[in-house]
Design a protein. Structure first.
Length: 337
């Protein structure tokens, strides 16, 4: 990414509303507009430093939380409207970054998305979903909906974050080495930024905001030892590996078989197993199916389940556990055979 030219800085400052309340620094944007000839060099130096380090001092991101009364004589906390007053220099930086993002967001985000696109809002997706459900209900059509998480696309290991992604082991390096992560200059650094020259000189390219202590230096050595033998192959496509499968490919059936193998079904009677296999293959309402499923696995909130979790509690209960099982079997299991 290129640096911030003077013309863009001046244009950003001029487009800001100067009548906003000042933040902790005490300056509103009218000050920067009126005194631009005096402060432009300092502002340019700040932007260049941010462009090089991708880090803002804590004092710059500090803010004031102010309560604005909604009426003349407020009596309750709900009679106030909270606003957050941030520094004017931080506002300029945010607007400058937002203007740059506007030029590339259309290329990065799919047209199917409803957020972060011009003339669209994130709530539009909910409106469309409700319309589809209502349309299917009116026509009495079959409709299948999937509630899934957003999928993150990976192309190569070079474009994966070094600190915040679980790319080596079961935990990201930011959790394994939190003190090093805090000292990192660019916390969003990619693997290529740190291991780009690993094959040439076997040294990780670290960038720290301050000198490391002895313990932190030892942690940096531990990371280097973990990555011994690791090399980047830009020509190959990176992908996740599913360890339980022999082909290292993930399938829903493979996950289902693993979950099924962990279930405790050995102690169930044959008629109960038959009921479990057949109960999902009918048009019974879902609430009834779930109830039967919990009943067959003895997961209903009754004294039997309580005895299984806390054995000494049943000493204060009149009805024996075996009698409860007989009652449940008489009430329900005969119907499931």
């Amino acid at each position: 990414m290129s640096d911030y030219p003077r013309s863009k800085q001046r244009e950003t400052v001029s487009s800001c509303d100067g009548n906003k309340s000042p933040g902790p620094d005490g300056f509103n944007l009218n000050f920067w507009k009126a005194c631009w000839s005096f402060v432009k060099e300092d502002v340019l130096a700040f932007f260049n430093e941010f462009h090089s380090n991708a880090h803002c001092p804590k004092a710059l991101t500090a803010s004031f939380l102010t309560l604005i009364p909604k009426k003349d004589h407020p009596q309750d906390l709900f009679d106030y409207r909270p606003i957050c007053l941030i520094g004017s220099l931080y506002k300029i930086l945010s607007k400058l970054l937002a203007n740059r993002l506007k030029k590339v967001l259309g290329k990065l985000i799919s047209n199917c998305q409803s957020a972060y696109l011009l003339k669209r809002q994130i709530l539009d997706g909910i409106v469309v979903l409700n319309e589809i459900i209502d349309f299917a209900k009116r026509r009495k059509d079959e409709c299948l909906l999937f509630k899934v998480d957003f999928e993150r696309a990976y192309d190569t290991m070079i474009n994966i974050g070094f600190w915040n992604v679980k790319w080596f082991g079961n935990q990201p390096f930011s959790e394994l080495f939190p003190s090093l992560y805090v000292t990192e200059t660019c916390r969003n650094a990619l693997i290529a930024d740190r291991l780009g020259n690993l094959e040439e000189n076997s040294v990780i390219s670290w960038q720290w905001t301050e000198l490391l202590s002895e313990s932190e230096e030892q942690q940096a050595v531990e990371i280097a030892e973990l990555l011994i033998g690791f090399s980047l192959q830009p020509g190959n496509t990176a992908h996740w590996r599913w360890i339980p499968d022999t082909n290292k490919m993930y399938f829903v059936k493979s996950c289902y078989n693993i979950l099924l193998s962990t279930r405790q079904l050995a102690g169930l009677e044959p008629n109960v197993l038959n009921a479990i296999n057949q109960q999902w293959r009918n048009d019974t309402p879902s609430k009834v199916l779930v109830f039967c499923w919990r009943l067959s696995l003895e997961r209903l909130p009754n004294q039997t389940s309580l005895h299984r979790r806390v054995s000494d509690v049943m000493t204060r209960v009149r009805t024996p556990v075996t009698r409860f099982r007989e009652i449940l079997s008489e009430l329900f299991m005969i119907q499931l055979e």
